[in-house]
Ligand binder design. Structure first.
Ligand code: MSP
Length: 508
């Protein structure tokens, strides 16, 4: 099966922060990894433009919503670009291809008899773009956005979600890994089992959105429009091609825990109604917390990912995102922790290993290592089974565990330097063969690490392979194996991979 990975499409009511970059980084690590495994891969990200809060911000700035969106979209496109994300397409929900597809999709739901008209009255949180029940509020406010919801009463088109309860339960029972991690599966399933209420898929009295095909006085509710992006993009991302045949339903949706209900309940029901297969999987990750609060614009504690990239480089930000918090869990982050990991793990553990090894090959062997792999090599034992182990973790979205497993190898290589002490071997002409084998093993171990790390640290991986005179494109997953480095010639000391950076006083 092909591998189609998506991020949520981000609201453009403000500029991106590190929480948004987080999901994009995770999706890119997965996409790059599965490409290394030779899978046919498609990676989609983009922006969600037809939200009420977008229209509001535009009005505050005296702009038409589309004009506002056209101005701010470049800052959203810049994030994946600066992160070295390899998204195959960047969707905007104002794309003509998307809008036309949404209309067709809603029409199919209507034709299936799942849509009816009714009056809705309730409390609406514009931050969530969702109606809230009294029970969900804390002191009368939305706990996620710390704002009071507004009373809205209007005649809308409703989707008969309640009719899908049994089918959704059957889907969940049949596919125990439809939602991961397991505790999120349980959360979604018990929400369904608790009974489903129909929801409004249209909004009256506001022109910003995709118009409802059978009722042009209304526009699609932002979520009924946004979710469809995962399918619509496949129909027009490559002009003249319909990618649905190759990539639907192999979709893996990565989402934050705030939008579980939409992706794990509404979306599969909408797909069933419109006559499509449901996606392969939804993976739910936690929130990044700064000072114990969710990083979010409305809470005013944002960290700009571009500032961090300017200071530390894309690879370090990618590394920290995968490493600092176990992917799937909530976790507190700080800029100090990024700095600390940069110095200790990237500069010392990895950077020094590469510098020392290349420097020793240059100095003790004039840059040439002519011996190759040896049977009893401890490095063979160290990396044995690594490729399979890592692949199994990637299959389960365990980005943090896979990275830790790679770091075990990095630490093992550093220990090998210390125990074999090549500088001592170099003092003894009788031990030349041992010296060569030790340095071959270190170089090959580093090559294995570079291939295994390519999806996390694409720039660093390429620089390591180049320092070993290997082709930086040779990162097929089978190459995560001992002994594939050819004889090394003309190795020069590598320049530092992670130069010293002064600890920031105010990086944010
Ligand atoms: N537009 C909707 C999604 C529609 S998808 C069909 C939306 N946008 S959002 O911009 O508010 O947030 C989208 C996602 O950004 C979250 O689900 C999550 O993936 C990511 N994050 C935003 N803040 C985050 C943190 N503080 N921590 C981790 N991820 C966070 O919801």
């Amino acid at each position: 099966m092909s591998y189609y990975v998506t991020t949520p499409i981000y609201y453009v009511n403000s500029t991106p922060h590190i929480g948004h970059a987080y999901t994009t980084i995770a999706a890119d690590i997965l996409a790059r990894h599965f490409r290394q495994r030779g899978e046919e891969t498609f990676f989609l990200t983009g922006v969600d433009e037809h939200a009420s809060k977008v229209a509001r911000v535009a009005a505050e700035q005296g702009l038409a919503p589309k004009e506002y969106a056209d101005r701010i979209v470049s800052s959203w496109q810049e994030v994946p670009r600066r992160l070295d994300a390899t998204n195959d397409f960047f969707i905007r929900t104002t794309d003509d291809g998307h809008k036309a597809f949404v209309q067709d999709f809603l029409q199919r739901m209507y034709d299936a008899g799942d849509v009816y008209q009714d009056t809705y009255a309730g409390l609406y949180c514009v931050g969530c773009e969702e109606f809230k029940s009294e029970a969900e509020l804390v002191d009368g406010k939305c706990p996620l956005h710390d704002i009071e919801p507004e009373w809205i009463e209007e005649k809308n088109w409703f989707f008969r979600l309640s009719a899908y309860q049994e089918r959704l339960l059957a889907l969940y029972d049949e596919r125990r890994e439809f939602v991961l991690p397991g505790f999120r599966y349980n959360e979604a399933r018990s929400f369904i089992a608790g009974g489903l209420q129909d929801f409004s898929i249209s909004r009256a009295g506001q022109p910003w959105g995709v118009s409802i095909p059978w009722d042009p006085n209304q526009v699609a509710y932002v979520w009924a429009d946004a979710l469809v992006n995962y399918l619509s993009a496949l129909t027009y991302a490559r002009p003249g091609e319909d990618l649905r045949e190759r990539f639907w339903p192999s979709a893996r949706h990565l989402i934050g825990k705030d939008i579980i209900r939409f992706h794990c309940v509404y979306w599969p029901a909408m797909l069933l109604s419109a006559g499509y297969d449901v996606p392969h999987q939804v993976f739910v990750h936690g929130f990044l917390l700064l000072d114990e609060r969710k990083i979010s614009k409305s809470l005013g504690n944002v960290v700009d990912p571009l500032d961090l990239i300017d200071l530390y480089g894309a690879d370090a930000v990618r590394f920290w995102s995968a490493r600092a918090v176990s992917f799937g869990q909530d976790g507190s982050v700080s800029i100090e922790s990024l700095h600390e990991r940069y110095e200790r793990e990237l500069a010392n553990d990895l950077g020094n290993l590469v510098s020392r090894t290349t420097a020793m090959i240059s100095r003790f062997l004039a840059g040439d290592v002519l011996v190759g792999a040896t049977d009893g090599s401890p490095i063979r034992a160290l990396v044995d089974g690594l490729g399979g182990d890592l692949a199994a973790r990637f299959d389960q979205y365990d980005l943090t565990g896979a990275l830790e497993r790679i770091w075990e190898v990095v630490r093992g290589l550093n220990r090998h330097v210390e125990t074999r002490a090549p500088w001592k071997l170099a003092d003894d002409v009788g031990r030349r063969d041992e010296l060569e084998r030790t340095l071959y093993d270190l170089a090959d171990g580093i090559r294995v690490v570079a291939v295994a790390l390519a999806s996390y640290l694409p720039q660093t991986s390429a620089r390591i392979l180049e320092a070993l005179n290997c082709d930086p494109r040779d990162i097929e997953w089978e190459r995560v194996a001992y002994g594939l480095t050819p004889a090394l010639t003309g190795i020069a000391p590598a320049s530092p991979l992670f130069p010293r950076i002064d600890a920031p006083t105010t990086a944010a």
